[in-house]
Design a protein around this ligand. Structure first.
Ligand SMILES: [Zn+2]
Ligand SMILES: [Zn+2]
Length: 495
């Protein structure tokens, strides 16, 4: 009597449905993204594989990690993610052993098996069978690549599937139409992680990712697919990128690394054509004074444009008042240590702290702390300051500070404090700064997205008014953060 076996391809590790004879070919390997082994198509099965191989079980990047040892087929790593959506096995392996089952059970078993794309389907059904029939979640666009159909397999569709507060699946496409990344907002470390599969592959420098249709055959991904992936990932923040196998991880600065990699890739394949290289890259922006009238609107504007925002407040109690999309931190702008810490990962630090009226000394101390701290980082500084040092129009050079038409006596102390602040910046040589002087009137209002910009003279309109809403001032602040045209300069804006 003939017996059936579930054959496993030796080159890609895919397990096929039971058959008496080995399949005639491996559809995964014959696809142009993979390759048939140099010695021709060869097969094994679980029993045979267990004789010469074991499951490597290790703690990796704060998670239980599983692989096959000695290396077999594509040599991917599977990770156990213990999330608020339950225990997720991310990716699967061609081999499963009693030790592997015991290790997963010791952590509470499986609620989900989720696989990024067909190259890692492997023996996913075996994992489900051995672990209580955990559902296997795959993108429906790749259903044609499933070689061992099974009732535990559930297909999802669309570009996003939210599993819980913290866990979202994102269809990245590109490598496979259904190529999926998993976003874990607060794990395994507090800054969150993107589990990228092969949609974005962590490069060997572990500071970039790359985008290929085929990695072994070096076939580039279509540019339109890369741009679409960039848009789908834009709203997600993460510190870490966990790649497809052991060590292929970006731990820290992951979001920025991915943004830089998209920009680098698109510049390379579009010869820098700006129309195709798409919107300004996502910046990491730290806002000091985030609960002030100006700071609050700067934070909102930066978030609305998709930037990663760290909102700094003076008191712990103010953290709850920040928008949830911002990362809240407590810090003191006058403390160089605080500033260096808060500015370390930032592209731009925006100070929206108001100078303290009549306390020139305190303003000077705060500014000195800010500059000393930022001198230890690569961040640019953008200060929303005062109007005191602008020249009044048609006055032949009189400063606003000395013109009672614009600065009534009771506001002179704050004018003096902001002049002190501006002077401190002008003397600064280490930090790349920009100073923004508001017009004479600055009050909450509408966001029109329009403004005029000037340099050292107060801007007034045809009726002699010099004004802007704080909302539009915030637009100007983030425009400058994105384009950075005014290095070591002051500018002013008004309607
Ligand atoms: Zn194969
Ligand atoms: Zn792949």
């Amino acid at each position: 009597m003939k017996t059936t076996k579930k054959h496993i391809c030796r080159t890609c590790g895919t397990q096929y449905a039971a058959s008496e004879e080995p399949p005639a070919r491996c559809a995964i390997c014959e696809d142009e993204r993979q390759y048939v082994g140099w010695g021709g198509q060869r097969w094994t099965d679980l029993e045979e594989l267990r004789e010469g191989h074991a499951v490597r079980i290790e703690e990796d990047a704060g998670m239980l990690a599983l692989g096959v040892t000695p290396a077999f087929a594509i040599d991917q790593r599977a990770l156990l993610l213990q999330t608020d959506a339950g225990n997720i096995l991310w990716e699967s392996l061609p081999l499963i052993t009693d030790e592997a089952i015991a290790a997963i059970k010791a952590r509470g078993g499986l609620d989900w098996i989720i696989v990024s794309h067909p190259h890692f389907y492997a023996a996913m059904v075996e994992f489900s069978d051995a672990l209580g029939g955990a559902p296997i979640l795959l993108h429906e666009a790749d259903r044609g690549w499933i070689q061992r159909p099974h009732p535990a397999i559930e297909l999802w569709s669309g570009d996003q599937r939210r599993l819980s507060k913290d866990v979202t699946l994102i269809r990245c496409g590109g490598h496979f139409e259904g190529s999926t990344a998993l976003h874990w907002a607060r794990g395994p470390r507090p800054g969150g992680a993107l589990f990228s599969g092969d949609a974005l592959q962590v490069a060997l420098d572990r500071r970039h990712v790359s985008f290929m249709y085929s990695y072994p055959n070096l076939v580039p991904m279509r540019t339109g697919d890369v741009i679409a992936m960039r848009e789908r990932l834009a709203e997600y923040g993460f510190d870490d990128v966990l790649g497809y196998t052991w060590g292929r991880d970006i731990l820290g600065g992951g979001r920025r690394a991915v943004d830089d990699s998209f920009a680098r890739h698109l510049a390379a394949v579009t010869s820098g054509d700006p129309r195709r290289a798409a919107p300004p890259r996502r910046l990491s922006i730290t806002v000091l004074g985030a609960r002030g009238k100006v700071g609050e609107r700067v934070v909102a504007e930066a978030l609305a444009r998709g930037h990663e925002v760290t909102a700094v407040v003076r008191e712990e109690a103010q953290l709850d008042e920040l928008p949830p999309a911002a990362r809240g931190c407590v810090g003191d702008a006058g403390n160089a240590e605080d500033v260096a810490r808060l500015g370390a990962a930032a592209d731009v630090v925006i100070s929206a702290i108001r100078p303290i009226p009549g306390q020139d000394e305190a303003t000077l101390t705060t500014t000195a702390g800010l500059l000393a701290g930022l001198a230890r980082t690569d961040a640019r500084l953008l200060v929303v300051g005062g109007a005191a040092t602008l020249r009044t129009p048609g006055s032949g050079g009189t400063l606003l500070l000395d013109d009672a038409r614009y600065l009534p006596a009771e506001l002179r102390p704050i004018g003096v404090a902001s002049a002190v602040q501006h002077e401190a910046l002008r003397a600064e040589t280490r930090v790349d700064w920009t100073y923004l002087s508001p017009p004479a009137q600055l009050a909450p209002g509408a966001r029109t997205g329009r403004y005029r910009a000037g340099t050292d003279e107060l801007l007034v309109d045809a009726e002699g008014r010099s004004a802007i809403s704080i909302e539009d001032l915030a637009v100007a602040v983030i425009d400058e953060a994105e384009h950075g045209r005014r290095s070591r300069e002051r500018f002013t804006v008004a309607y």
